[in-house]
Structures are given as structure tokens and as C-alpha cells.
Ligand binder design. Structure first.
Ligand SMILES: CC(=O)SCCNC(=O)CCNC(=O)[C@H](O)C(C)(C)COP(=O)(O)OP(=O)(O)OC[C@H]1O[C@@H](n2cnc3c(N)ncnc32)[C@H](O)[C@@H]1OP(=O)(O)O
Ligand SMILES: CC(C)C(=O)C(=O)O
Length: 569
């Protein structure tokens, strides 16, 4: 890296646009979208698409709802030419869709391009030539008047050839390539030249690219507003933009350009394209969607779209890619998980979407909530509670969440890797001895007395540490009676301080889950958990679970940790 990069790089010059209006504009409708996946996207691939991949991409674009599709560069290769012929000859272009093809401003290539379009019902012929100083001087060796002559000559040729094929409805697209690097007067002159050669009032798209993104997006917006003031009201003219993403601001450039007067946007799915990519159309479309504006493109099965795009381009989409990446609906961090879980609980069908950290409802794109919360060492109790509730129907009381999250954190500290919902469930089962054989086998219980004097007498056969014990206890209710009886057998004083219970599952398979917060001898409180088809049996199993957790501690653990897990008050 240079200490003085100014000796090598020039800053972009701002546009002295007076009274710019775009900063106050609000986008309220979708632009015309042009997919250039099959052209600009394709020309940037290590291995350009073969015929089968091209067709698959074309069909995908149709299914998403694109009405304008740049299908290739037919003069570039036989594959491109044959693909275009296939679409036309096999009548694969729906009535409401217009194909576009691209050609440089070169006579033989223009001729072959228009020849390749014979029989197409509608077509946009896209002619381009670079107009920026470096290209004029270095690539073409042309003065500005010579560049204008090239434009006039090429467009006149397009007009002559297309006039000779009136069965096709023709539109011209003229792109002053390298527009954003070019003096605005030169770009405007090139566009005026193209309009004049094509015929004032005839349909023409003026497509203004950031061929290489070179400035902050506000500068591009100024350039577009400048062009819009000049051409926006001209009959037959549609102002289009074609951003690239060299500075990582392709999306912003497109959005500000729309605010500045463009009505059409060219780009590729998930931003494939030259170098750092073309504008990501999915990104702009879904940004509009999250503002309540229908984009007119359907991404309701975004994962399938991604899989097809990855197949066609033979390039992966990054896991953090906006709206589609594997990780973009996932929160690992505890405070995010906590906020998401609370907001999901408060959200009701029909409400405005206001879930923290989720700018869009993943379900709108065919994604599930399953991946929204994932648990690793950055997570807290909320995330783990969310997974156990959403996947296993366990609504852990808050203090149990705190207790269990400390157990999970210890596992995480040892393993250091993400824990899935099923990992958490297994840790939970192990920790709370849900698979134990211990417990009350037969229970007979009766209430003696009535009202405030009523007592429950409970007896039965207890299995504890593999041995059977006949037990009998009296208490204010079955839990109290059982705790006393169990305490006698095991030599501990057990006191239940809190109790929660809920149904798990539904219908005939429904079971009851009980969470008992208890104190054993002088320990701090800890939880036991029991699951059973019978509500009381679940509660008694929870008492056994809590006691087993205390009894299983080694003497060292008992010394260093007086209770299995300290629960904050
Ligand atoms: C902004 C963009 O995306 S532009 C990229 C467009 N896409 C592609 O180029 C992919 C497909 N291209 C191809 O297959 C080939 O480049 C072809 C078939 C079009 C042309 O191939 P070739 O004739 O071998 O020439 P090559 O690609 O080297 O073109 C360079 C020549 O075209 C000229 N040229 C380049 N762009 C243009 C243009 N838009 N209009 C007129 N002439 C142009 C150059 O000045 C150069 O001329 P020179 O030979 O007199 O020096
Ligand atoms: C020719 C144009 C539209 C182009 O592809 C570019 O400038 O990137």
C-alpha cells in the first residue's frame, strides 16, 4: 500500500448539480427490471453457461416474472446465436416478455445480431460503445466527434436493418458504456445522436451504466438526475441504469438512481456479473418489498432460485448474501435471540412485521423459522429456550432457563461448536434424567379430611437407584406427601418451592411436563423436570429428577458447588 495514494489515484469529481431533488424522493413503485444474467452475468463466468444451463436460467427468469430479459450476445459465439434461435424457433418467449440482445457498435456484429433475431415477435437491440476519456483515447483512439460518428453510423444501420423486418416490434437500447466515468455533456451528446439516428419519438432505452463503479452513489444519483432533466420527458425515451458493484455500493447506486429519475434497472440474480458483480436485482426488489412496495418479481421460493442460479453459474452464493444467504436469518448472539423470541411471542397474524433483527419475514421467501435462532458460545438463555420451545414444545420457566443455560454454556465451553435443537434436547434429557427408570411405580393416594384441614396420604412403590422401596407420606397435596416420603427413603430434606406445568403435544399423544423448583437439605434451589401422560405423575417424577441431580454430584462437586447450578434470584 502506498503512503500517499494521491500520487497514484484520482478522486472522483462531484457533479455540481444545483437543486437536486432525489434526496427527498420516495420509491413507491417497482421499476422495469431487465435481467442480464444470460449476458453480463454469463460473460463473467469462468465457464459460461452451456445451452442446457442457459435454458434453465431463462425459464427461471420467466418463473420469477421478468418481462425483459437480455438473452445474450448472439454475434459472440455459435452457442449464443443458437440459443437465441432456439427461443425464437421453439416459440419459448411468452407474449408479455421481450428479449434483448447486445452488440458492440461494429458493422458486422450488428448485422449478425439482427439477422439472429429474425422472426422474434418483439426485441430490444442493445448497442453500446464506451465514451469515457480513457476508452476514447486508449481503446478506440477516437476524438469526441469520431465517437458521435460511430454512434450515428451504428444506430442508422440498426434502423435500416430493423425497418426491413417489420414483423418484429423493435426497441433500440443505447448504452454509453462507462457513463459514470464520462463528462455528462459527452454522454448526453451520444444519447442525442442515438435518438436522432433512431428517430425522435420511437421507442428507445437510454441505459446508463456504472460500467466500473467509481464514486459514492450520490454522485451517480446526481448524474442520473442531470440526464433525467435532459431526457426524462422526451417521447419514447425510457431511462435505465446498469450499475456494477466495484465499490460494493451497486444496490445503493440503483436505488438512488431510481429516486433520481430512472425507471428501469438492469442487473443479475444475487449480483453475479463482471468482477464484483452486476447490481443484485433480488436485493433491490426485496428492499422495495420491505418498504411495502410490490416488486412485481416473485422470490417466494428463494432457496430453489438460489440452487438453480448456483447450478447455472457454477458459483456459490455467499452465506451472508442479503435475503438469501444460509445465515442471514440466523441469530447466534444472546441479546438478539432474546429480542427475537419476545417479539415472536408478541406478534399476531396480521400485525405489521416488527421483529427485531429480521428485516423481512423469512416465510415470505419460503424460508422457515427453524434457522432463525442457533445456539453457540455467543448465545444466551433466550436462544436455547426458543429452540426447545419451537422444536420440542417445552416452555421453560424463566429461572429454569437461567439454570439450564449455564449447563449448556459448560458443554459449549468444552465442545466449542454450535448446538442444534436436538443436541439441546439430549443435554436436557440427560441433565434432568428424563430417561431414568427411577420413580414412583404404583401410586395410591387419598385425601383425608376436608377444607383447610385436608391432607393427602400417598403410598406406593418407589424405585430409587435400582432398588424398590415401599413408601408412605402425608402432606398438603400429592407433591408435598411424596417429597416427604422420598426424603425419608433417601435421607434428605426436600422442599418444593415452586411448580409449573403445561401440556406438551396435542390430542391423544399429549403429555404433561412438570417443572419443580426445590431445595434439598440446605442447598440453593434447583429444578427437577418430569414428563408423563398423567399430570400428578409428571410432578412427582420432577421431584425425583431434582433429587437425582443432587444425589449424583461427586463429593468434590458438592464441595465446590453446593448445588448443581446456582440460580440467580
Ligand atoms: C460493458 C461490457 O460488458 S462490454 C463486454 C461485452 N461482452 C463481451 O465482450 C463478450 C463477448 N465478446 C466476444 O465474444 C468478442 O469480444 C467479440 C466477438 C464481440 C469480438 O471479438 P473480436 O473481434 O475478436 O475483438 P475483441 O473482443 O478483441 O474486440 C476489440 C475490438 O472491438 C472494438 N470494440 C470494443 N467495444 C466496442 C464497441 N462497443 N463498439 C465498437 N467497437 C468496439 C475495440 O476497439 C477493438 O477494436 P480493434 O480490434 O480495432 O482494436
Ligand atoms: C454496455 C453496458 C450496459 C454494460 O454492460 C456495462 O457498462 O457494464
Amino acid at each position: 500500500m502506498l503512503k500517499q495514494p494521491a500520487t497514484k489515484y484520482r478522486p472522483f469529481a462531484p457533479i455540481g448539480l444545483q437543486d437536486r431533488t432525489w434526496p427527498d424522493a420516495v420509491l413507491t413503485e417497482a421499476p422495469i427490471w431487465l435481467s442480464t444474467d444470460l449476458r453480463d452475468g454469463n460473460q463473467a463466468l469462468v465457464e459460461p453457461m452451456d445451452a442446457a444451463r442457459k435454458l434453465r436460467m431463462f425459464e427461471l427468469l420467466l418463473s420469477i416474472g421478468f418481462k425483459q430479459i437480455e438473452v445474450g450476445f448472439p454475434a459472440a459465439s455459435q452457442i449464443e446465436y443458437d440459443f437465441l434461435r432456439k427461443l425464437i424457433d421453439e416459440k419459448r418467449i411468452p407474449d408479455d416478455v421481450t428479449i434483448q440482445v447486445m452488440t458492440p457498435a461494429r458493422e458486422e456484429l450488428i448485422a449478425r445480431t439482427i439477422e439472429a433475431l429474425r422472426g422474434a415477435p418483439r426485441a430490444i437491440v442493445h448497442v453500446y460503445n464506451a465514451v469515457a476519456p480513457a476508452w476514447r483515447e486508449v481503446v478506440f483512439g477516437m476524438t469526441v466527434p469520431q465517437v458521435m460518428e460511430l454512434v450515428a453510423r451504428s444506430v442508422t444501420q440498426v434502423r435500416r436493418l430493423t425497418d426491413a423486418a417489420p414483423q418484429t416490434v423493435w426497441t433500440l437500447q443505447y448504452s454509453p458504456e462507462t457513463f459514470s466515468l464520462t463528462e455528462l455533456e459527452v454522454s448526453a451528446q451520444a444519447c442525442e445522436t442515438a435518438i436522432a439516428a433512431w428517430g425522435e419519438g420511437r421507442p428507445i432505452i437510454l441505459n446508463l451504466p456504472t460500467t466500473v463503479e467509481n464514486a459514492t452513489p450520490n454522485v451517480f444519483a446526481d448524474q442520473i438526475e442531470w440526464m433525467s432533466r435532459r431526457f426524462g420527458q422526451r417521447p419514447g425515451v425510457v431511462l435505465s441504469v446498469h450499475p456494477h458493484n466495484d465499490r460494493g455500493t451497486g444496490t445503493a447506486a440503483a436505488e438512488l438512481a431510481l429516486m433520481a429519475g430512472a425507471h428501469r434497472v438492469e442487473g443479475c440474480l444475487f449480483g453475479n456479473g463482471e468482477r464484483t458483480g452486476n447490481l443484485d436485482i433480488v436485493n433491490v426488489a426485496l428492499n422495495l418489498y420491505t418498504q411495502g412496495v410490490s416488486p412485481g418479481l416473485d422470490f417466494s421460493n428463494i432457496d430453489e432460485i438460489r440452487a438453480t442460479v448456483e447450478h447455472c453459474n457454477q458459483l456459490p452464493v455467499h452465506p451472508r448474501h442479503p435475503y438469501v444467504g444460509d445465515l442471514v436469518y440466523t441469530s447466534f448472539s444472546g441479546s438478539h435471540q432474546d429480542a427475537i423470541r419476545k417479539a415472536f411471542a408478541a406478534h399476531e397474524a396480521g400485525d405489521i412485521w416488527e421483529i427485531p433483527y429480521l428485516p423481512i419475514d423469512p416465510k415470505d421467501l419460503g424460508r422457515s423459522y427453524e434457522a432463525v435462532i442457533r445456539v453457540n458460545s455467543q448465545s444466551g438463555k433466550g436462544g436455547m429456550a426458543y429452540l426447545l420451545e419451537s422444536e420440542y414444545g417445552l416452555a421453560l420457566p424463566r429461572r429454569l432457563q437461567i439454570e439450564f443455560s449455564q449447563i449448556v454454556q459448560r458443554v459449549m465451553d468444552v465442545q466449542g461448536k454450535e448446538l442444534s435443537a436436538s443436541d439441546l434436547w439430549q443435554i436436557f434429557r440427560d441433565e434432568y434424567r428424563l430417561d431414568t427408570e427411577d420413580g414412583l411405580q404404583h401410586r395410591v393416594q387419598e385425601v383425608q379430611g376436608s377444607g383447610i384441614d385436608a391432607v393427602t396420604v400417598l403410598h406406593g412403590e418407589l424405585r430409587w437407584r435400582g432398588e424398590a422401596h415401599a413408601i408412605r407420606g402425608r402432606g398438603t397435596g400429592p407433591i408435598d406427601a411424596f417429597s416427604r416420603a422420598l426424603g425419608e427413603v433417601c435421607g434428605h430434606a426436600i422442599r418444593v418451592v415452586d411448580y409449573h406445568q403445561h401440556a406438551m403435544g396435542a390430542g391423544a399423544d399429549a403429555r404433561s411436563v412438570a417443572y419443580v423448583e426445590m431445595r434439598v437439605d440446605d442447598s440453593r434451589t434447583l429444578f427437577g423436570v418430569g414428563v408423563d401422560a398423567d399430570t400428578t405423575a409428571a410432578a412427582l417424577a420432577a421431584v425425583v429428577s431434582g433429587l437425582a441431580r443432587v444425589a449424583d454430584r461427586s463429593p468434590e462437586q458438592a464441595q465446590s458447588q453446593p448445588e448443581p447450578v446456582a440460580v440467580a434470584a
